[in-house]
Design a protein around this ligand. Structure first.
Ligand code: PDD
Length: 286
């Protein structure tokens, strides 16, 4: 089957889809993106993902490339044309094409790319059954990681470093020894007292959609949680740990660096939340 991507108004073969060499996304990382899960042929939490896209665009003063309703149609068309039932849809908006100059161009139309890829759900389930390992690395990102910008070099380097150490993810540590989040996921612990904690969604982390939905689920279920920073030491002493993102859902973490978390197996609360998450999240049929 031919993969299809949407690029600036046209559906193209994925292998031939391209943007201009002076696209500012390519030259400066001057753009934003979203990743939304597709599960059983439905978009998961589409509404908050698109709301965050609007916030990211506004933060960087990039015009919306089309109305939200039009974008929803394109996302659906891409999912359908690629026949993805389980996977991810990717939406990227850059400031557009202009002669290279750091300042904003006087007139540039934002570039829009939408693509979709399938994911093998069995792989996620296999990882979740045993849990994953993360390594702690310094958070070397810029000071606005709450904007979902294309500028991901520190995240790329952290993920690569984690993989070279045989780990699934890097948990980033701020100057005060506190974990902010993962290179592409939010970080959580069930602390030694049994209370769930994840960093507050301030300017130090991306306000994850999976994170927000999970917090709403916790509130509904009456599970006690705190939005607060936690240290690496606290993580070592935690009963359970997990990470969240579109595509990972709730993924148990069983080791941080070479320290085992809890009994080294996915935690009971973590697995219960993993199970409940998709029954609680918004599902929009394609
Ligand atoms: N990453 N933190 C960072 C730095 C992220 O890049 C992401 C998402 C998250 C989790 O956010 P959400 O729950 O909305 O997916 C947290 C996406 C999946 C990516 O870059 O591929």
């Amino acid at each position: 089957m031919t993969r299809i991507a949407f690029v600036n108004g046209a559906y193209r073969r994925h292998g031939e889809a391209s943007v201009h060499i002076e696209d500012r996304g390519y030259q400066f990382g001057d753009g934003v993106y979203e990743v939304c899960e597709i599960r059983d042929g439905a978009l998961i939490d589409e509404t908050p993902h698109l709301a965050r896209l609007e916030r990211s665009l506004a933060a960087l003063r990039i015009a919306a490339p089309m109305s939200l309703n039009a974008l929803k149609l394109v996302m659906r068309e891409i999912v359908r044309r690629n026949r993805v039932r389980d996977g991810l849809v990717y939406v990227q908006v850059s400031r557009g094409v202009a002669p290279r100059d750091h300042g904003f161009p006087a007139a540039a139309r934002p570039s829009l790319v939408v693509s979709a890829k399938p994911l093998d759900r069995r792989k996620g389930e296999a990882n979740a059954a045993v849990g994953v390992r993360v390594v702690a690395l310094p958070d070397e990102r810029w000071r606005r990681p709450e904007i979902k910008s294309l500028q991901l070099l520190p995240n790329v380097l952290a993920k690569q470093s984690a993989r070279e150490k045989g780990a699934y993810e890097a948990w980033l540590v701020d100057d005060q020894g506190r974990i902010t989040e993962g290179s592409s996921t939010n970080a959580w612990i069930v602390d030694a007292a049994g209370k769930l904690a994840t960093r507050q969604a301030d300017r130090a982390v991306l306000s994850g959609v999976t994170r927000a939905t999970l917090l709403a689920l916790l509130a509904k279920e009456g599970v006690v949680f705190e939005e607060r920073p936690f240290t690496l030491e606290e993580t070592y002493a935690a009963r359970e740990a997990f990470l969240t993102s579109a595509g990972n859902g709730v993924m148990p973490v069983v080791a941080v660096n070479d320290r085992v978390i809890g009994d080294g197996r996915p935690g009971a609360l973590t697995l219960a939340l993993r199970e409940k998450f998709h029954r609680f999240a918004e599902m929009s049929p394609v």
